[in-house]
Design a protein around this ligand. Structure first.
Ligand SMILES: *Cc1c(COP(=O)(O)O)cnc(C)c1O
Length: 456
């Protein structure tokens, strides 16, 4: 095992022990049949690896802000843990900004990017001094107005789309010709518009691109960064001074969902970037990164109890409590988002035995609610557990309220000194009262007491 746990052996051992301890300690059982588990040790390892990877390729003294894309795991305790590990926050909505602030992140550690910022959001960000990347000319107009009317410490930039192309998953490819994000650089007149925008605004000091998430190959990501760097160089040359002093390269490092191994690693990506774009690392530019999935995915596990085991048309089906509500993308687009599943017996120990091709189903009332279809696993029986691995980003923290299924509790864990596991509550399980409240419970009579004039 390497220093950062990239081989995944330590992670797999910690995960097995956490599942067993969750059953022993009653976090998981007949009355709480689904939980999300977060490996705090693994999160710290990934954060340390990210910092070390870029420290290795940047010139000494280069300012680097690693801003975690909050949308990947919007949980305050996660943001606080990352902050302790020297990682800031990339936010894209008032809610995400509120989470970052609740976690104690300072404006200097926060970056706001979103395609639909309102005037009020922009005003707040500039008043706080949070870095903002303008998505489009209309947004830049709004920022012009704010900059004219008040002094702000916010570093300001423009997001561009280098249009280098998409990857294997359309929904997470942000650098296609028609992506909705940023200024589409290869469109007619766009590049010149961007250059002029900087020439006319001495306070624009950053340039931002995020060329995609899961499914984008490393060379394509590096090409997106190279084109963004080339644009910054062109702008600074035309202005005749280094007005752009920071390049925000976005996130998007893909995650290996096929095994416990971390691949590619941050170190590999950082070296590939230095090779492709050496000028970016010679000390003339500060750097911002915005990784999400690659920091958290491998540190989360959904564990769900098998409520019933049945057979249909010759296929074994384990009906569990984890389905579309916690693994929405996997259930709706299983070809793009397959998850590894492991089987545990009722006491939370890894289940052994001959593998049987079976379906692992969720609790929701539609036929496609399957965590895995036709998967070879030791046969899951009633009272066993199925775990969906690598679900720390974009899964259990992204609850989908189908069938009014409750948000599961989320618990962080670390090994304790006695060979056991210590847990801490990250998010309480949702109560039925909260489901009713969120579903208009306070307005039960709203529609029956609403009458059109002249009717009854
Ligand atoms: C989603 C997003 C990220 C994070 O992407 P990952 O694939 O999770 O690393 C970073 N920056 C922006 C602007 C994003 O929209």
């Amino acid at each position: 095992m390497d220093e950062y746990g990239n081989s995944g052996e330590g992670r797999a051992t910690r995960r097995d022990e956490a599942v067993r301890a969750a059953v022993e300690q009653g976090l998981l059982g007949p009355d709480s049949p689904i939980v999300g588990l977060l490996d705090a040790t693994g999160i710290r390892e990934s954060a340390a690896e990210l910092r070390a990877a870029f420290a290795e390729v940047t010139a000494p003294g280069t300012p680097v802000l690693h801003a975690f894309a909050v949308k990947a795991t919007p949980l305050v305790p996660v943001l606080r843990l990352l902050r302790e590990e020297g990682i800031g926050a990339e936010v894209a909505s008032p809610g995400e900004l509120a989470l970052a602030r609740a976690a104690g992140l300072s404006p200097a550690e926060t970056v706001l990017d979103s395609p639909a910022k309102t005037p009020a959001e922009l005003r707040e960000a500039l008043a706080l001094g949070i870095a903002v990347n303008a998505d489009n000319p209309q947004e830049l107009d709004r920022i012009d107005g704010l900059v004219r009317s008040a002094v702000s410490r916010s570093p300001l930039g423009i997001r561009v789309n280098p249009q280098v192309g998409g990857g294997s998953i359309g929904a997470t490819s942000t650098a296609t010709a028609t992506s909705k994000f940023g200024v589409a650089l290869r469109d007619e007149g766009a590049r010149e518009w961007v250059v002029r925008a900087y020439l006319d605004r001495p306070w624009l000091s950053r340039l931002h691109a995020h060329t995609g998430s899961q499914g984008i190959p490393l060379p394509l990501m590096a090409q997106g960064v190279a084109e963004t760097y080339a644009l910054a160089e062109e702008i600074n040359r035309r202005i005749g001074r280094p007005q752009i002093d920071t390049i925000d390269i976005g996130g998007g490092l893909p995650v290996n969902f096929a095994s416990d191994v971390t691949a590619p690693t941050y170190a590999e990506y950082a070296r590939a970037l230095r090779e492709a774009v050496p000028g970016l690392f010679d000390g003339r530019y500060g750097l911002v990164t915005e990784f999400g999935r690659s920091l958290l995915a491998k540190h989360g596990t959904i564990v769900a109890r098998v409520e019933y085991a049945k057979s249909a048309g010759g296929r074994s089906v384990a009906v569990t409590h984890a389905g579309v509500q916690v693994a929405t993308r996997t259930v709706y687009v299983p070809g793009s988002w397959p998850l590894r599943i492991t089987a545990y017996e009722g006491k939370g120990r890894p289940k052994s035995g001959p593998e049987v091709v079976q379906d692992v189903a969720g609790p929701a009332c539609f036929a496609g609610d399957l965590l895995a279809e036709g998967r070879a696993l030791p046969l899951l029986g009633q009272g066993d557990y199925a775990a969906a691995l690598d679900t720390g980003a974009y899964y259990f923290a992204h609850h989908y309220a189908y069938n009014s299924l409750a948000r599961p509790g989320i618990y962080g864990f670390v090994p304790d000194r006695a060979g056991g596991v210590r847990f801490a509550t990250v998010r309480d399980p949702q109560t039925l009262a909260s489901i009713v409240a969120e579903s208009g419970g306070a307005h039960a009579g709203a529609l029956t007491t609403l009458h059109a004039p002249g009717s009854r």
